[in-house]
Every structure is written in structure tokens, then in C-alpha cells.
Design a protein around this ligand. Structure first.
Ligand SMILES: *Cc1c(COP(=O)(O)O)cnc(C)c1O
Length: 490
């Protein structure tokens, strides 16, 4: 399998090159040349397989420069006892036609673990295959969850240094503690005075700065990314669309070839894009329902055909979705325009110059045939947490609640539906407690205790153990000083 940049300036390259580079040097994102088809007969053959075995089948199709033995090792290492559920991403039935796929059983209790427990060994292997001897600096811009998941995944991985930038006032206090207490000699955490878009733009600037990159190279460093712009982040996410579909088949909730819809709480468009790729591979998916919080650029786009970032970012109780520029949307534009890199360049240039672009009607129709969109404000999100708890005795976090709220608002197809649950509710204990009781102390740990009293649901160990841990990272910088902060570390 070969990969090309969405902007047409780089490629074809093999998968290990795409993974070690992270972002393409023309500013585009690497995409595979084709989507291997899994026929219905072959899909049925996967029915009895474990999560790990399905992952191996799917990864092998995209990593043609890897041996089966290498993929085997990488997958076994990624999905073991580090997850507190043997199914890795279990499917829960809530009602006759609504299911939840729980993506938060990994070591940091958010869906990012599924990709970031795998990416480090994928990266190490890819470096060897590309004969790269330099130390790799993994640059991460995080709205809260990716940072911790990347730190945990890359902690003490040989020949890597992880540098995480997060918006200082844009993460929950538990997310902050998770990052600030990270152990590991190769881990770095920096608070940026700015919002997530500032942070993400700062990281993109570092990637594009040719002089800086050359200087780093001379010192024996190379930059790469653990954000979902990296193909190695997206690929593992395709797997759980398959396993959750297969789980529904296995309990006879659907028949073979039945279409399922997926609701995906969306920020950078990485999770839902993996679903789109699964559909392109032949998985019977009806609609992919893109759920946004008050930062509803994608919802507005679906209604108007205009992607307009001329707006202020709003801070919400679902901070991992507080994003205005969804990086992975570029990959959708590429696919929906039938791989037209000129079109992608035009759109991205307009975005840079005018803060917006408009997509012609024929391409909008293609996008609308696969996607629906909705959004939920803060009140609706809280109500949704309370409703789902009252109705099903099932506790959800604010991101997942945005998904449920949208599901209740949109015009639904007849298909059964799987809601992607992206974080454990205790990761956002204060907001969840507030939604249930209208009372919160604002202290994450105290609110966690109160939430346990009310719900009797056991919180994950990694969050309980945060209490009293030593703060190891205190660096901060201005949004214009992110490069300086990087140089200071090295
Ligand atoms: C990252 C994240 C999202 C958004 O996922 P994208 O792939 O960026 O669209 C949603 N919910 C949670 C809890 C997350 O951590």
C-alpha cells in the first residue's frame, strides 16, 4: 500500500515513511491510495475473532511493508492487560436500537488510548524500516486527552522525546493532573497561553519551519506527530468500527449486511473519519452522524457548504471537542472530490487567506450521502447526561452526551445505531456531577467521590491514583514562544 499527500506534493511513499513523517512537508496529510475491500463473506469470517485478531487483519492490509509477524507483535503489545476490559472496546446494549461502543478502557480512560497504545511500537518499527537513526521528537498539540495518551504511550520508548503542548485554560483539572504528573525521562509538558487552535497552529508552524527543522536535523533530531494527522493514529481507529459491527452481529441484533449508523462526538474529525474509511472498505454503515458541541463549524458546514472559521472558540464541558479547525477534514475533502489534490489546495489556501471556503454542490451531495450532522449546547449536553442516567442507569461523560443529544435531535434513519463513547465519565467528574445534581465543588476528586456515592459506579484506577501524585511538569509559554520552548528542552 502506498500513500500520497492530500495536497499532491509528496508521494507515493510506503506506510513506514508516512508514519515517521506524521505530516507531509507540503502541509498535507498522508492518505492511502486505495481502500482494501472486505467482502461480506470475509466479514463473516471475522465474527469469532478477538479484537486483537481483527486488528491484525485490518492493519496488515494497510501496512504492506510490515511482515505479519511484526504486526502480530505490535498488536499484542498494544492491546493487553493495559486495557481493563478484555474486549478492548466492548459494545453495550441500551435499548432495542441504541448501542454504545465504549472506547475508554485504556490506561488514560479516553478513546485516544486505542491508537496511542499502538502508535509507539508502530513508530519504532517504522524508524528502523526507514533506516532513521536520529532521535524522534513527538510533537503533540492537545485539547486534553491526546496529550496524556501520547505521554503514556511513548513514556521511556527508546529514541523518542515527547513534547506535549496544551492550552493552559482549556483542559479539565483531571486532564491537567494526568499530564502534569507524567513520569518518564523523555516526557515534556508545556502549558500554552492560548486556546486549542492557537496550540495546534503553533505545532503546525514548527513542522513547517524549514530552518528550524534543518537545525534540529543537524543536532540529530527529527520531528514527528502523534496527533490524528498521523496515519498511524487513524489506522488503529478503523478497527473498532469493525469489531462493534461484528459484536452486534454476534448477539443477533442485526443480520448480515444490515446497515448500522454511528454517532461520533467529533473534534478533529479523526474518529469519524476512521468510520468513513471502514465504510469505504465495505463495512455496512448507513450514516455517520457527526456530533459537535457549541463549536459547531462542521454542523454549519453540512447545512451551508461553507467551512467558516471566522468565529471565536467557545470553552465547553466537552473540551476535547473544542476545536474550530478540524485537521482531518482535509482527508474527507480529498476523498469526496475523488482524490483531487488541486481542489484540496484551493480550499486550504482559501481557509488560510479568507478564514473560509465553500464546497461546490456536487461534492456536498457526496459528503451528505455518508454524513449527517448535529450539535448540542451546554444545557442540552447536561440534560443528556441526566436523561441517559435516569432512563438506562448508564453513566456517560460530556463528550458522549453530545453524541446522545444529537441522536435525539436529528431525523433518524431506520437503522439501529451505535454511539461512540469516547471518555470514561469520571474523567470529567465535576461536569457529570453537576449534570446529575446541579451541585459541584469544582474539585475533581471531591466530585468524583460524590459521583461514586450517587451512582455506585466504580471509577478507573488510573484516575483515583492521581490524588496526591507529585506535579512533575510546570513549564509554560506564550503562544508565540512555542518554538523557543522546544529548543529550550533539547
Ligand atoms: C479526542 C476526543 C474527541 C474528538 O475526537 P476527534 O477524533 O478529534 O474527532 C471526542 N471525545 C473525547 C473524549 C476525545 O478525547
Amino acid at each position: 500500500m502506498l500513500y500520497t499527500s492530500t495536497r499532491g506534493g509528496v508521494g507515493p511513499v510506503n506506510s513506514s515513511t508516512a508514519i515517521t513523517r506524521g505530516i507531509s512537508s507540503d502541509g498535507g496529510l498522508f492518505v492511502p491510495h486505495e481502500f482494501p475491500q472486505i467482502s461480506n463473506d470475509n466479514l463473516l469470517l471475522l465474527k469469532e475473532l478477538s479484537y486483537q485478531d481483527v486488528a491484525k487483519k485490518i492493519l496488515c492490509k494497510f501496512l504492506s511493508d510490515y511482515t505479519i509477524y511484526e504486526v502480530d507483535k505490535i498488536v499484542n503489545k498494544a492491546y493487553g492487560t493495559n486495557f481493563n476490559n478484555t474486549k478492548i472496546a466492548p459494545l453495550i446494549k441500551l435499548s432495542n436500537d441504541i448501542f454504545v461502543c465504549e472506547l475508554w478502557h485504556g490506561p488514560t480512560s479516553a478513546f485516544k488510548d486505542i491508537a496511542l497504545q499502538l502508535l509507539p511500537s508502530l513508530m519504532s518499527n517504522s524508524l528502523k524500516k526507514c533506516n532513521i537513526d536520529e532521535k524522534i521528537i513527538i510533537l503533540v498539540a492537545t485539547s486534553g486527552d491526546t496529550g496524556k495518551a501520547a505521554l503514556e504511550g511513548f513514556c521511556d520508548v527508546d529514541k523518542t522525546e515527547v513534547v506535549v503542548y496544551y492550552p493552559k485554560h482549556g483542559v479539565s483539572d483531571i486532564q491537567y493532573l494526568q499530564m502534569a504528573t507524567q513520569r518518564g525521562d523523555n516526557t515534556n509538558v508545556i502549558a500554552v497561553e492560548g486556546n486549542f487552535d492557537d496550540t495546534q497552529n503553533g505545532v503546525k508552524k514548527i513542522f513547517k519551519d524549514k530552518e528550524l527543522n534543518k537545525n534540529l536535523f543537524d543536532k540529530g533530531y527529527r520531528l514527528s506527530s502523534a496527533n490524528s494527522i498521523n496515519w498511524g493514529r487513524l489506522l488503529p481507529q478503523i478497527v473498532y468500527y469493525f469489531t462493534s459491527y461484528l459484536a452486534a452481529l454476534n448477539v443477533d441484533e442485526i443480520k448480515s449486511k444490515t446497515l448500522l449508523d454511528f454517532v461520533v462526538p467529533t473534534g478533529n474529525f479523526g474518529n469519524i473519519l476512521a468510520g468513513y474509511y471502514a465504510k469505504k472498505m465495505g463495512l455496512p454503515i448507513g450514516k455517520l452522524i457527526c456530533a459537535s458541541n457549541s463549536n459547531k463549524v462542521l454542523y454549519d458546514f453540512m447545512n451551508t457548504g461553507e467551512y467558516n472559521i471566522n468565529r471565536n472558540l467557545t470553552k465547553t464541558i466537552s473540551p476535547s471537542m473544542d476545536i474550530i479547525i478540524s485537521s482531518n477534514f482535509e482527508r474527507l475533502l480529498y476523498a469526496a472530490s475523488n482524490n483531487d489534490s488541486k481542489f484540496v489546495v484551493n480550499m486550504q489556501t482559501a481557509l488560510k487567506n479568507d478564514n473560509c471556503y465553500s464546497v461546490p454542490e456536487n461534492i456536498m451531495n457526496i459528503i451528505k450521502s455518508d454524513f449527517q450532522a448535529g450539535w448540542a449546547d451546554e444545557d442540552e449536553t447536561k440534560k443528556s447526561i441526566k436523561n441517559i442516567w435516569n432512563q438506562y442507569n448508564y453513566l456517560i461523560d460530556p463528550h458522549t452526551a453530545v453524541g446522545f443529544s444529537v441522536l435525539g435531535k436529528i431525523k433518524r434513519s431506520k437503522n439501529k445505531c451505535i454511539v461512540m463513547s469516547t471518555a470514561n465519565p469520571y474523567k470529567f467528574a465535576s461536569s457529570v456531577l453537576d449534570a446529575l445534581t446541579s451541585k459541584k465543588s469544582g474539585n475533581g476528586f471531591k466530585d468524583m467521590q460524590d459521583l461514586i456515592k450517587i451512582t455506585s459506579i466504580v471509577p478507573p484506577e488510573n484516575l483515583v491514583n492521581l490524588k496526591g501524585k507529585e506535579i512533575l511538569h510546570k513549564k509554560k509559554c506564550n503562544k508565540n514562544e512555542m518554538q523557543r520552548a522546544l529548543i529550550d528542552i533539547l
